[in-house]
Design a protein around this ligand. Sequence first.
Ligand code: SF4
Length: 313
Amino acid sequence: MELIKGENLSKTYNLKISLTTSIKVKAVENVSISISEKEVFGLVGESGSGKSTLGRLMLFMEKPDSGKVIFKGVDLSRAKKDEVKDARRRMQIVFQNPDLSLDPRMKIYNTLKEALVCCKYKGDFVERIKSVLEEVGLSSETLNMFPHQLSGGMKQRVALARAILAEPDFIVLDEPTSALDVSVQAQILNLLIDLRKKLNLTYLFISHNLSVVSYVSDRVGVMYLGKLVELGNCDEVFNEPLHPYTKLLISSVPALYMTKKFFTQNHTALAENGEENPSGCRFFKRCPYAKELCRVKEPELDGDKHKVACHFA
Ligand code: SF4
């Protein structure tokens, strides 16, 4: 059963490039995704491809310029204030860097208490916080500590606990393991998988790391310059990629291991290419299969379960 759906979402920002000049940057353009209950939907793409913006649009943290978000059957752009407020409580986010998302001056107890105050929890705060801490693998001694006294992995567990305290149905995980050591990454990924089963959670898992996404996700979407270029079951997309960009990503990096450096390095070139060919396929300049049609006509995301935006896939 569908939990959340983004329909034709678009978002453009004005980017100031000098004192007098600004340019319009299309961060997300006409993107639609639908996520079922208890599903993990992975979103991959290089830095600046629009995946984090799409995550924020799905949470209604930012209003789209056009398109709509439907959460549990309610269109949030037309919903009453109370309905939006309730939906927001049911949707949470965990950011990449817990150092930036946790207040360094607040003890962990106070940070977590805030989450319960926000969702007007009526029960015993201490009991509830202790039980959630246990669920994320932390002891109650953590409650009297400040963030700087915790390791990176522990801080990310606190961030997860804060999200879970609101009893959400849907969590956007925006690069939740990117700032952590590799050994800790595996622990956090396994914890996320366990929590999903235990609490019946639904995730939108955003990452530049294909191996991480393939490990946790049921379905995956590949984003390129603000658009979805491929979407399908994880196994299909990674074992039989259809879009030349997805193929490039997979073949460029040994053992499906994508480093942040790889994506950052490629982004500048990719962005330029997209701007150079605004009327046709965004991947035109780099694509080994490009034909004249690709220069003049932008391909639509098409297909049944495994969708691709390419004229010649
Ligand atoms: Fe390459 Fe053309 Fe497909 Fe774009 S539409 S990915 S340029 S073959």
